[in-house]
Design a binder for this molecule. Structure first.
Ligand code: FAD
Ligand code: SF4
Length: 409
């Protein structure tokens, strides 16, 4: 597992390039003009933040990219990262009426990216802070939920301080989303645009109790996301060469590619979206084989179908109905195989790296009162783990409730 990475820097850069490259201006105009501008816009209904899709596409068609981005970002503060990472196949694009005519749906995500890239690259400021209310809100967690809440509270004129345990803001946008969908510097540029509204950010601060904040602030929003990857509870799990998916992905996203250790024969345990992200990125990082091992059957995989297709296109392998029993050491501090139970008895899958991706547990270092009317919650820690767009929608909704409370109460 400690062998040097077999790929050249150019190969690594190509493997982690944007999976859905940006549209040219001409291509965006052509695509925008295919939209039927449906009155009942099922695409808008399907979006958890209810971006007015036909309205933003119309503005692209008339060359008003700034106005288009305003429609998007007004509804969804993370409209830029969502354009790159949203599961649009099961949301807006999946709902597009063109699917019913056996045509390709409108490329909503790429159009959304076209408009938001335009304003982000030019650092155009679309929103302003509201008239000061004198109220103060503390936000715990600088992920999509916390920062969406922060942005709308700031637009409403409240003073906002955001606390985050990590050195950089952005939550999983910065540290977790697959490198070929969203790079950390892009995520951080989007975050900076939100912070520029005059939001105070304190990073490297882990909040362990709400009590001090509740004496100092008028309301608190908790958007702390989920905790670390669950453990398997099988022998060998602590061997070097066994890594949890979030640690593997975080390292990859925050270091030069060749500095992230990857095995020649990698096994990923689990079959959710994070497992797919882990197996594809292990393969793109230079693993000779990267194989998903899943205890149930193909039809039971919790990942999105299109993610499964991507992993197959990347040449990843799949072992279904194989329940991990123990991880076998190689006698010199590494891993040599994963023993699994199959329908036909136990068998050992040879490997020199095991990535565990069986879901995240809840955060344990912070609990919050469920009844205190000054405390609001949203994002992964409230919904059990969903998508960026859900976290953004919940942050925006919480900002509305907090504003109501602070201005009526
Ligand atoms: C590997 C992986 C890949 C994903 N890929 C996609 C994708 O492609 N598309 C998509 O839409 N969604 C994806 N998701 C889901 C998406 O990342 C999350 O739904 C979203 O980030 C949730 O936002 P959040 O703000 O609730 O939490 P997070 O993004 O987790 O942010 C929570 C923040 O709170 C901070 N925090 C936690 N505890 C404390 C504390 N006690 N004190 C201070 N700060 C604290 C954390 O440091 C973190 O910055 C993925 C998730 C994972 C794990
Ligand atoms: S459903 Fe499709 S065609 Fe209709 S407004 Fe939405 S993107 Fe355009």
């Amino acid at each position: 597992m400690s062998a040097p990475n077999p790929l050249t820097d150019e190969q690594l850069a190509a493997n982690f390039a944007d999976i859905a490259p940006a549209l040219t201006n001409d291509a965006a105009l052509l695509e925008a003009n295919k939209c039927l501008f449906c009155h009942d816009a099922p695409c808008t209904i399907a979006c958890p933040t209810h971006i007015d899709v036909p309205a933003f596409i119309k503005k692209i068609a008339t060359g008003n990219l700034r106005g288009s981005a305003r429609v998007i970002l007004d509804a969804n503060p993370f409209g830029h990262s969502c354009a790159r990472a949203c599961p649009v196949e099961v949301l807006c694009e999946g709902a597009c009426v063109l699917n019913d005519r056996d045509e390709q749906p409108i490329k909503i995500a790429l159009l959304q990216r076209h408009a938001t890239d335009y304003v982000l690259e030019r650092k155009l400021k679309l929103f302003a802070q509201g008239t000061k209310t004198g109220k103060r809100v503390a936000i715990i967690g600088a992920g999509p939920a916390g920062l969406s809440c922060a942005r709308d509270l700031r637009r409403a004129g409240h003073a906002v301080t955001v606390f985050d345990a990590m050195p950089q803001p952005g939550g999983l946008n910065t540290y977790g989303i697959a490198e070929y969908k969203l790079k950390a510097d892009v995520a951080l540029a989007e975050v900076q645009d939100i912070l520029d509204l005059g939001i105070e950010l304190k990073t490297g601060v882990t909040i362990t109790s709400l009590e001090p904040l509740l004496t100092e602030y008028d309301a608190v929003f908790v958007g702390v996301g989920l905790g670390s990857t669950k453990t398997l509870g099988i022998p060998g799990e602590d061997l070097p060469g066994v890594v949890d998916a979030l640690t593997f992905i975080e390292h990859l996203k925050t270091h030069p590619y060749r500095d992230t250790a990857v095995g020649r024969q990698v096994v990923v345990i689990g079959a959710g979206n994070t497992a797919i992200d882990a197996v594809t990125q292990a393969k793109r990082l230079g693993a000779a084989t990267a194989t998903i091992v899943y205890r149930r059957g193909e039809a039971d995989m919790p990942c999105y179908h299109y993610e499964y297709e991507l992993a197959k296109r990347d040449g990843c392998g799949f072992r279904f109905n194989a329940a991990p029993q123990r991880i076998i050491g190689n006698g010199s501090g590494g891993v040599s195989g994963l023993e699994v139970r199959t329908g036909g008895g136990n068998e050992t899958i040879p490997c020199d790296m095991v990535i565990v991706a069986i879901g995240q547990g809840a955060r344990t270092e912070l609990t919050w009162p469920k009844e205190d009317p000054r405390v609001f919650v949203g994002g992964d820690c409230a919904n059990g783990g969903a998508e960026i767009v859900n976290a953004a929608a919940e942050g925006v909704a919480a900002a509305r409730r907090i504003h109501q409370r602070l201005t009526n109460g």
